[in-house]
Design a protein around this ligand. Structure first.
Ligand SMILES: Nc1ncnc2c1ncn2[C@@H]1O[C@H](COP(=O)(O)OP(=O)(O)OP(=O)(O)O)[C@@H](O)[C@H]1O
Length: 484
């Protein structure tokens, strides 16, 4: 065995041949471009491979005790990164062909070899090894970053679950939204489409998110599209994607929201506003489980759960021919109705407190206190814009009012007038959805609130005016969350 002066910059080649003359010939050919080691037997070669990193091994097929291919098979198992070349005469070719796959031979060179051919073969082998190393490094980096990404995703999932779970839906004990949440939590477990009905600002999106994070899809994305916000043509490309050149301005392929949400949930808000043409396309996606990007020849399979929402009476729209019946039934696997805020007066106080905290955090505000007089005022207003309106009112009052305590005067005239008339206009205050009992409950709560306010929360006088016993009045106040 000979060990050359190791030249750091040159790749290393190990020549294994029991004939010293062949070894020398190969060394002379390769010496200028490579650091060449030689070994006269498999035994010697093993010793060297154990001590010395080698890029390429050139092995004669005929050696005492072991064939080149059999030895290279061992090399493959123990030093898989070494690129293997076998050198043989014509008569050996059958053995080589039989073992070539098992030994993972990069190339075999026939004797008599020409120096140029040998040099080129070794150069190519070194290049192949460099590429292989780069690929393995990239592969490792990819696997590591995917793992980091997954870990981060798992952490984010826990956080998201905390931020968007059902506990984020603030409500008073006994609130009608409790029943909605209980149904939603059950529905979340099964891969059924969900249709969420309710007026604007009632928390339909919040409920949809909670469903996603309580579902087996929680690690997948939750993608939101407001179908009323963009014209039909854009909506199609936004949801289903488009191919480059599909229309003017489509400079690149674009993955649509459905593809981005693969494995997760798509929340389609304001579904009632979509055109009949778009409804047909959406129906096809739901039926076939695949989307066809605009301008694409082939559809792409997608695996998403759909939660759709609307403030419209969707069944009525079906009846009026404005919404496809077949699509309606596809979307309405489970239908949940979020009651308006005025139908759950008991929720106003805890939600208002939560909003104060949220807004303080978001605006970097020191925080605010809502005195009883202000809460009474908030309770008396019918909140046609629901929780979104409540949130806007509180944020505005916190931003504009000096001082921690927010008196009724910090709120807009609309809200103050609501208090003055004790519940506002009855018709506009009525919920758009719900059973007769639910709607009558809203009216009952408004009448109670108005009378209580007029009598400055004096229960004896309020009960007397309404023909109730004090105990009866207290029970109703409790039921509707009308505690001052
Ligand atoms: N129960 C609740 N507790 C606390 N915040 C709530 C609650 N419900 C809704 N919100 C808040 O009210 C605002 C409006 O809610 P959301 O956007 O979910 O309503 P929406 O019904 O989807 O409205 P739209 O139909 O207009 O899209 C959001 O800021 C949301 O965080």
């Amino acid at each position: 065995m000979t060990s050359p002066l190791i030249h750091d910059a040159l790749p290393t080649v190990l020549v294994v041949d029991d004939e010293v003359r062949s070894q020398d010939a190969m060394r002379r050919t390769l010496d200028e471009d490579f650091t060449v080691f030689t070994a006269s037997s498999a035994e010697e070669a093993r010793g060297l491979l154990e001590r010395q990193p080698v890029s390429v091994i050139l092995c004669d097929q005929r050696m005492p005790g072991i064939t080149g291919v059999a030895f290279l098979k061992e090399v493959r198992e123990r030093w898989p990164e070494v690129v293997r070349i076998v050198i043989s005469g014509y008569t050996d070719s059958e053995d080589i062909i039989a073992g070539i796959n098992e030994a993972g031979i990069y190339q075999y060179i026939l004797k008599p070899w020409s120096p140029d051919h040998l040099l080129e073969a070794v150069r190519n082998a070194v290049e192949a090894q460099t590429l292989q190393r780069q690929t393995s490094r990239l592969d490792l980096e990819l696997r590591t970053s995917t793992r980091v990404l997954r870990q981060r995703t798992a952490r984010q999932v826990v956080q998201a679950r905390h931020h968007f779970g059902f506990e984020r839906i603030v409500r008073a004990a006994g609130s009608p939204i409790e029943l909605v949440c209980a149904m939603a939590e059950r529905a979340a477990r099964y891969d059924l489409p969900v249709l969420v009905l309710g007026e604007s600002g009632t928390g339909k999106e919040l409920l949809a998110r909670a469903i996603h994070y309580a579902s087996p899809r929680l690690e997948g994305p939750f993608e939101v599209e407001n179908c009323a916000a963009i014209p039909d043509t854009l909506l199609e490309s936004e949801l289903f994607g488009h191919k480059r050149g599909a229309f003017t301005g489509a400079y690149e392929d674009h993955a649509g929201l459905f593809q981005r949400a693969d494995g997760g949930t798509v929340f389609l808000d304001e579904i009632g506003e979509t055109s009949p043409a778009f409804q047909v396309k959406l129906l096809r996606v739901l039926q076939e489980g695949e989307v066809r990007p605009v301008g694409a020849a082939r559809p792409v399979p997608v695996d998403v759960r759909i939660i759709a929402a609307t403030h419209r009476q969707l069944e009525q729209r079906v009846h009026d021919g404005l919404f496809r019946e077949d699509l309606y039934y596809r979307l309405a696997g489970v239908t949940l109705t979020v009651p308006p805020l005025r139908a759950r007066v008991a929720d106003i106080t805890p939600i208002a407190h939560q909003i104060v905290q949220d807004v303080a955090r978001e605006l970097g505000h020191p925080g605010a206190v809502l005195p009883d007089e202000t809460l009474a005022c908030l309770l008396a207003y019918p909140w046609p814009g629901n929780i979104r309106e409540l949130r806007n009112e509180i944020a505005r009052a916190m931003a504009l009012h000096d001082g921690i305590e927010l008196p009724p005067g910090a709120f807009s005239a609309r809200v103050l007038q609501g208090r003055a008339v004790g519940g506002g206009d009855l018709v506009s205050a009525l919920p758009a959805n719900g059973t007769l009992t639910e709607r009558l409950d809203v009216i009952e709560a408004m009448v109670l609130r108005e009378t209580l306010l007029r009598h400055r929360w004096n229960k004896t006088r309020t009960a007397a005016e309404l023909g109730l016993s004090r105990v009866g009045l207290r029970a109703k106040m409790q039921r509707f969350g009308l505690e001052k």
